[in-house]
Design a protein around this ligand. Sequence first.
Ligand SMILES: *Cc1c(COP(=O)(O)O)cnc(C)c1O
Length: 508
Amino acid sequence: MSLETPAAEPVSPPAPAPVRDLDWDAGKARELGERVMEIWLELLERMPHLPVARPHTVEEVRAAVALPIPDEPMPLDDLVAHLRDVALEWSMYPGHPSFLAYILGSGTVPAAPAELLAAGLDQNLGGWRLSPAATEIELHLMRWFAESFGLPPGSGGIMTSGGAMAAFVALKTARDARSGWDSRDRGLVAGPQLVMYASTEAHVVNERAADMLGLGRRGLRQIPVDGELRMRTDALNEAIVADLAAGVRPVAVVATAGTTATGAIDPLAEIADICAEHDLWFHVDGAYGAIAALVPSLRPLFRGMERADSIAFDPHKWLYVPPSAGAIVLRESHRLVEAFDVNPSYVHEDRERTKRGANLMEYGPQFSRGFRSLKVWVSLLAHGWSAYERRIEHDVELARYLYRQASERPEFEPMGPEPRLSIACFRYLPPGLPEGPEREAYLDRLNERLMTEIQLDGRVFPSNAVLDGRFVLRICIVNFRTEAADLDLLLEVAAELGARLDAEMRAR
Ligand SMILES: *Cc1c(COP(=O)(O)O)cnc(C)c1O
């Protein structure tokens, strides 16, 4: 026995005990997963017989769905009942055959299980090492679209949240590629004023992108349109010449391939010539329409698009996947890296050693990125491209059918140019409406109220456009469930509610 007092044993705390609450095993996952799957399948079966939308108020919806967050697990039966309620009582259905509004894909069926798998895989496409297969699928898909649009090898791009972010990414890249100084480093104060151009029919997100890029909203010049609602290239030329003379530097032109109001396609080849002449970035906003260029019968409408520096398109529109899924492809995909690369000290990588691929955090404004491309990829694999071609053509045929019906029936009037893509506009014209100075203003008020009443009625769901100051009803078919009968129903409902409103309004 030693006489020395033993040194005190260092007391090391015990290893932390496991905390397993959040770690559901496969059996528990199956319980919830299968019951959610049942809700989805019930929705698929019942959707055509449900109203497209219900006239609920915000108070009603909030009271029904805004549950308090529990401290302890909600019993599975209650949770599933809540989800079923959300799906079948308190939602509206862009995938309903009679949903005809805005531009909102009906949601491919294979996208839903693809989203489940994407969430289950938990990939982060900011870094290749965190998403090897996912990053390669996204890049492969983007190269396929870019080359199918006619861009050369070396083209490609990334997925975005939608057309709005695609516009921002494209115009940011354009700004830095064409400013003429290191605008990324020194900002806009270091050079002359920069401007871009788009038609008066261009989508508002382009203006907002100009705002976010520091050009200001007026930094996106609004060019007037012709009778077919396409950008007037003579006016574009004049605007560029005037800006140059004033010491302002033009950097980009946004041509729209499928405007939101009527589906008009700007004269892309002529705009490409003007961009080439002045060394401007040629951006095509094809958020809605560009996909139609991949259909041989519609391709000629898009002549000149293959000369673009960048093309925005939205898989959540005419590729029918559920939101959100936008995309931007560029003639020279490396331009994205020039506009967005960063070099964080906390993301070290020896690529020569690892042979890893691209880190998409350097290709756009997002750092962490989800596996958005999987729903697009799975839908294309499951359906095959030919099915898309047939359906996109059919959507266009249906829009023309509605336009024709509106011109043949006396209580309707087709409005705007004849559909080139899948958008058609018309208005209700009550029989016996007297001619006179009040007529147009009355028709605007009547059709404005009519659109609201049709949406609240819920049997069909159109939206509106304002064409040359006139309020019109508008349909856009990016819906693989819509058929001619849905369009007949639209006219039936519009005639019924229109007659009632007209009687009411004229009595006053
Ligand atoms: C829909 C649309 C946008 C906006 O796209 P989001 O996906 O809604 O962000 C931009 N441009 C055009 C031409 C569009 O049709």
